[in-house]
Design a protein around this ligand. Structure first.
Ligand code: M6R
Length: 369
């Protein structure tokens, strides 16, 4: 069933051009260059004043990525919270809030309990799930399916990018319904989304380059991931992936937070992975790279703009390794740059000889709290 792949995770990483394409096919109309009418009919975003996303683990990070896009493009406020906190803290909910559970399995106990609480509060509820017959799918008012197909690896990969694909499609729907974009801009954004499976394929060709980085990484005790904007939740996701399957301690930080504490951790033994596609925040992230390199930190920078990275002098120059990824519209960068992050964790774990598909202490579906 794994075909020529060594692990299900590796297979699932490589399936992402198709799994994202399948998900887009359910949400987008390539001929009309718009979000499908049936998706727009499933919700009236003009009546929604706020979205509350509830999720756990990787699904939570997909929600955090969506927040950046919903607020910027659709002008819609979004809160994202891990379900285990949300369900026990008596949150203050306003009428007009759409509660959205994001879950691969649709069975995660905390997410389900949070969804039920929202429903009992009288809120409109939606389930964005990969298992279309799951409890969340049945109980929510709206079902927004992802089409990743069955995911076997405990570490979520293709389910994550399918979630991001569906969420970004919903951002376009919300922006169009709310009059934040016209038909021309909707067509452009749909076009950009439909280009992402091809760019994910291109990102998969980074495999050999990423592999080379992981000899070093597999010897580290701690690894720091940095990103700005939507690359910040991707940094958190990258750190989670590495922790889960390689058992190396990793932390993700917003790059701008570096000087508020984590920079104290930087030394030659703590590799720093920087996710920095070329966008409006690139220069700021590049200057964080300089700060790290100047303190002897070893940096793996993943970017499509190596020519824009300021030249480093002396020893600092030797500590910076750049891996070049495909150029893309910033709207889909979280999808495209998921791939090198997943490959980095995967190859590191393979070097360490861990059980990649069944990491210790973890279950695929957490149906108890
Ligand atoms: O099935 P769900 O998406 O609700 O699962 C949520 C988390 O348990 C899950 O994403 C977990 O963090 C993964 N092992 C991450 O790779």
């Amino acid at each position: 069933e794994k075909g020529s792949f060594r692990h299900f995770m590796e297979k699932e990483v490589h399936e992402q051009p198709e799994s994202c394409q399948r998900t887009f096919s359910a949400y987008l109309d390539p001929v009309a260059q718009s979000v499908k009418a049936e998706i727009k009919a499933s919700v009236d975003f003009t009546q929604v004043t706020r979205i509350q996303i509830i999720a756990c683990g990787t699904a939570y990070y997909a929600g955090c990525i969506a927040k950046y896009a919903f607020e910027k493009i659709a002008g819609l406020p979004v809160d994202v919270e891990v379900a285990s906190e949300f369900r026990y803290r008596t949150p203050a909910m306003m009428a007009g809030t759409l509660a959205m559970a994001v879950s691969q399995s649709g069975e995660t106990a905390d997410t389900l309990a949070a969804l039920r609480w929202c429903k009992a509060e009288g809120l409109q509820t939606a389930a964005l799930v990969n298992v279309h017959t799951s409890t969340m799918a049945r109980e929510a008012d709206i079902l927004w399916p992802t089409h990743a197909g069955p995911e076997i690896g405990v570490a979520s990969t293709k389910a994550f990018t399918a979630q991001v694909s569906a969420l970004l499609s919903l951002v376009v729907a919300a922006a169009a319904q709310r009059g934040r974009i016209d038909a021309t801009e909707e067509a452009r954004l749909v076009q950009v989304l439909l280009e992402s499976p091809g760019l994910i394929s291109q990102a998969l060709t980074m495999d050999a380059e990423i592999f080379k980085m992981t000899f070093d990484l597999s010897r580290a005790r701690d690894v720091i991931y940095l990103g700005r904007g939507a690359m910040y939740p991707l940094a958190l996701e990258g750190a989670l992936k590495l922790k889960e399957i390689s058992y190396i301690h990793a932390e993700g930080y917003a790059a701008g937070e570096l000087k508020h504490g984590p920079i104290a951790l930087i030394d030659e033994n703590t590799p720093v992975v920087v996710i920095a596609p070329d966008d409006e925040l690139f220069e700021k992230t590049a200057s964080n790279v300089q700060e790290v390199a100047a303190r002897g930190g070893r940096v793996i920078m993943i970017t499509d703009a190596p020519q824009k990275v300021p030249a480093l002098s002396g020893d600092a120059a030797k500590t910076l390794k750049i891996v070049t990824g495909p150029s893309c519209d910033p709207f889909i960068a979280p999808l495209v740059y998921s791939v090198p992050i997943q490959l980095l964790a995967y190859h590191t774990a393979v070097h360490k000889g861990t059980d990649v598909d069944q990491p210790r202490n973890l279950a695929k579906s957490v149906t108890v709290e």
